[in-house]
Write a protein that binds this ligand. Structure first.
Ligand SMILES: Cc1ncc(COP(=O)(O)O)c(C=O)c1O
Length: 438
């Protein structure tokens, strides 16, 4: 028997296309996993080299010195360079217990109620692995953090979308004015619904869900026996005295809620890939089994540094100071939009501002690349703004299902997790949009 390679080299058979020899799994065909994603279209490589990147949500500043120092120390010790327990390093689990225990109003058990993961994202993926059966439905509010979709479909889940509705009035509005239609939410629940994802503060709207909204979601979860995934990765970035309510603390909700956190968001260290899950043993233990098979354990030295971050954050007043700094950053950006006279959503939390780009107009013959053709109007608007003004942003229709694209395509998302000088420069450039406003 001769192999394809032999036939090819001895010239006895025609040259075969060897680029698709092994068919890949059909699960990649779901959940837009193979679509050219928004991050690669609005990537620095495709945009003008001096374009200011307010697109992707990562900081252009370093983690605090004292947290970086802890990371260096961890790299210089032996044990912290080796495998951690799959549950996470005990020092970090203790730090999570001490930091979050008072917020949950309970003594967290470091052995069974806390799980360290490789970023929030891998933690969420592990929950889906642990709990979803083929065909289980997962409700998510739109616009949604884009990773939810493939993470759900890879695990056999079916995403069910419930849009947050933007305010209809003109003028300034707050993220609190993006509302849930609770009848719509109730209609979305079927006998196959297994889970609902709540994200507060919300990416990309910046909405901080109110206690009343969370109580209504909790009532639906209780009535239909749903697992609640509460993505609270921006919990340390809540502005203007808004109250961050943890749905797990509402009556009866601890037992059905897993709360998701991220060292990346908290300590300006998104590349460290350290996150955590907090919940009852009945949710954390199956998820531990899943994460152990996926990554075995998360990277050790940066867990140690994250532990130091959590241990010292409060006594250093770090989170308060960070909130002030982010408030200033937000205000610089929104003042720029005010000056332009454009509508936007003022976020109560997270580090994103949604700009209403429905008034931006471009010449009919503007040379758009193929990658933005056939997508929502916002793809063209974001491309146009990046090219003409030199500031990149992200089209929000990417965070909606096709049926609801028309809601998202009025908005561009600008991230303000950038230093003040960069934001001021961006705002100055954005004033050049004025001539393109209808
Ligand atoms: C809502 C939301 N959840 C989860 C994540 C993932 O966090 P991590 O970087 O810790 O995986 C992000 C990151 O952008 C996010 O915006």
């Amino acid at each position: 028997m001769s192999t394809v390679a032999e036939k090819h080299t001895n010239g006895t058979s025609p040259q075969k296309d060897r680029s698709k020899l092994i068919p890949f799994s059909s699960r990649l065909k779901e959940g837009r996993a193979l679509a050219q994603d928004v991050w690669s279209i609005f990537n620095a490589a495709n945009l003008p080299s001096d374009c200011i990147n307010l697109g992707q949500g990562y900081m252009n500043f370093a983690p605090p010195e004292w947290v970086k120092h802890a990371a260096e120390e961890a790299l210089n010790s032996v044990a912290t360079n080796h495998y951690s327990h799959p549950k996470g390093r005990i020092r970090l689990r203790e730090a999570i217990k001490n930091h979050y225990g008072p917020e949950f109003g309970r003594e967290l058990d470091v052995e069974s109620e806390i799980l360290v993961t490789s970023g929030a994202n891998e933690g969420q993926y592990s929950v889906f692995v642990a709990f979803l059966e083929q065909g289980d439905e997962v409700i998510m509010f739109e616009p949604f953090f884009d990773q939810y979709l493939p993470s759900v479909t890879f695990n056999g889940g079916i995403p069910v979308y419930v849009p947050l509705h933007p305010p209809k009035h003109d003028g300034k509005h707050s993220s609190s004015e993006w509302t849930i239609d609770f009848d719509e939410l109730r209609r979305a629940v079927t006998p196959r619904t297994k889970m609902i994802i709540v994200n507060t503060p919300q990416n990309p709207v910046g909405k901080v869900f109110t206690r009343h909204e969370l109580e209504q979601i909790a009532a639906i979860a209780e009535e239909h026996n749903l697992l609640v995934m509460s993505d609270e990765v921006y919990d340390s970035l809540v502005f203007d005295d808004n109250e961050h309510v943890r749905i797990a603390t509402l009556p009866g909700m601890w037992d059905r809620t897993v709360t998701v956190g991220s060292a990346g968001k908290m300590f300006a260290a998104t590349g460290w890939r350290v996150g955590w899950l907090i919940g009852p043993a009945s949710i954390i233990q199956p998820t531990l089994a899943a994460t152990t098979r996926i990554v075995f354990c998360s990277n050790s030295p940066l867990q140690e540094a994250s532990a130091v971050g959590l241990e010292q954050a409060k006594k250093r007043g770090f989170l308060e100071q960070q909130r002030k700094e982010y408030t200033e950053r937000r205000n610089i950006l929104t003042a720029g939009f005010d000056k332009l006279g454009m509508k936007y959503t003022n976020p109560q939390g997270s580090y994103f501002v949604l700009l209403d780009i429905s008034s931006v107009k471009w010449p009919e013959d503007y040379p758009f690349p193929k990658s933005v053709e056939g997508r929502g109007r916002d793809f063209k608007a974001c491309w146009f703004i990046a090219m003409e003004v030199g500031v990149s942003s992200i089209p929000v229709s990417e965070f909606y299902c096709e049926e609801h694209t028309s809601i998202g395509e009025n908005y561009a998302r600008f991230a303000f997790c950038k230093d003040v000088d960069t934001l001021k420069q961006a705002v100055e450039r954005l004033q050049n949009l004025k001539k393109f406003l209808a």
